[in-house]
Design a protein around this ligand. Structure first.
Ligand code: NAD
Length: 326
């Protein structure tokens, strides 16, 4: 029996792959390496394939048979919000097409277990500061819609052929479980701060006049290692009687942009005094996950805080190609 980790060479997928391998679980990583590199798959079996192509279902079905796959964890997706607005069809083809191809192969081969990477983007701009899974889902861009549609598709497959699925709605994922598995994309706050510092520039703060204690936006940062653990817990729970399918993964507490930037200063010893710029459109002042449902149903609670997140992100940055001389 093995686990198929689709997108398992990526930032989050590589962490889950490593945890599974540490537990001695045979893992097949299926990845087109479009935003990652082969060595991140570690000692898992790596198969390079774009899951969104018409040939993919047959190839995945063959892989399932060959490796006796009995569960799938699906990370592979494109995740740049701005790009999804510019190229919606690319996003639907990649994220929805890829998911449909995967489920097609699973249905054919009788594989019933699926963990899916969803996102807080399904909520759009919620009115509540603390977002529960039953809060309204109103994504505001194609990326967020691909995640919500993905959840709907899996619910339909559950009704039609008994898919057992969990969608984890990640909040702000950051940090590194191992220095060589850091986030190589410059899309989230901590990599953006480190990127600016590497170029000798001050970190940027978009708006310091929000109704929050220090005026900057508050988000829920979850350590990628905690998030990876949540996948293992969810995988082990599949097959039992789970009362729900969608779960937020966050800490239930928030940190402000200024607090995060200060923490980078603490971890690195660098001057991180930011420049203040105007607000960005669509940034709610406060966005925090309610972490109650996943605690109640799965017994999962994030254990690592902002200090561990930022220190591990800093160590990973320093282990990478753009190390800062301090
Ligand atoms: P990532 O880009 O590092 O990982 C995605 C992996 O999937 C990469 O290895 C990439 O090569 C692979 N991939 C992409 N398209 C593919 C395709 N068509 N066929 C095969 N492989 C393909 O991103 P990540 O941060 O690890 O994100 C993983 C998942 O989590 C994504 O679904 C993303 O939408 C979701 N997510 C991420 C965050 C975050 O903060 N990083 C937040 C919410 C949700």
């Amino acid at each position: 029996m093995s686990v198929l980790v689709v997108g398992g060479a990526g930032y989050i997928g590589a962490h889950v792959t490593r945890l599974l391998r540490q537990d001695g679980v045979p893992v097949v990583v299926l990845d087109d390496l479009s935003t990652s590199s082969a060595e991140r798959a570690g000692d898992a079996t790596l198969v390079q394939l774009d899951v969104s192509t018409p040939e993919a279902p047959d190839a995945i079905a063959a892989l399932i048979r060959e490796h006796d796959v009995d569960a799938v964890i699906h990370f592979a997706a494109k995740k740049q919000v701005g790009e999804s607005v510019q190229r919606p069809l690319f996003y639907y083809r990649q994220n929805i097409g890829g998911l449909v191809n995967l489920l097609d192969a699973m249905e054919r081969e009788g594989v019933r277990k699926m963990i899916f990477s969803s996102s807080a983007a399904v909520y759009g701009e919620p009115v509540e500061a603390v977002v529960r899974e039953d809060s309204a889902t109103m994504p505001i861009n194609p990326y967020g819609r691909t995640k919500l549609i993905g959840e709907w598709i899996m619910a339909d497959c559950e009704r039609a052929w008994g898919l057992q699925w969990v969608a984890l709605r990640y909040f702000n994922v950051a940090g590194a479980g191992w220095p060589e598995l850091g986030d190589s994309a410059i899309m989230n706050l901590i990599p953006m701060v480190l990127d600016r510092l590497t170029s000798g520039e001050a970190p940027r703060v978009f708006g310091d006049d929000y109704e929050t204690p220090d005026g900057t936006c508050i988000r829920d940062y979850v350590h990628v290692k905690d998030l990876a653990e949540a996948h293992i817990v969810a995988l082990n729970a599949l097959g039992g009687e789970l009362p729900n399918h969608v779960y937020n993964v966050g800490t239930g507490t928030g940190s402000s942009v200024k607090e995060v930037i200060d923490a980078v200063g603490q971890a690195s010893g660098l001057d991180t005094t930011p420049v203040i710029e105007g607000r960005r459109a669509g940034d709610p002042p406060k966005l925090i996950a309610s972490a109650d449902r996943i605690a109640a149903d799965l017994g999962f609670k994030a254990s690592l805080g902002l200090t561990e997140i930022v220190e591990s992100a800093w160590q990973a940055w320093q282990a990478g190609p753009r190390r800062i001389e301090v």
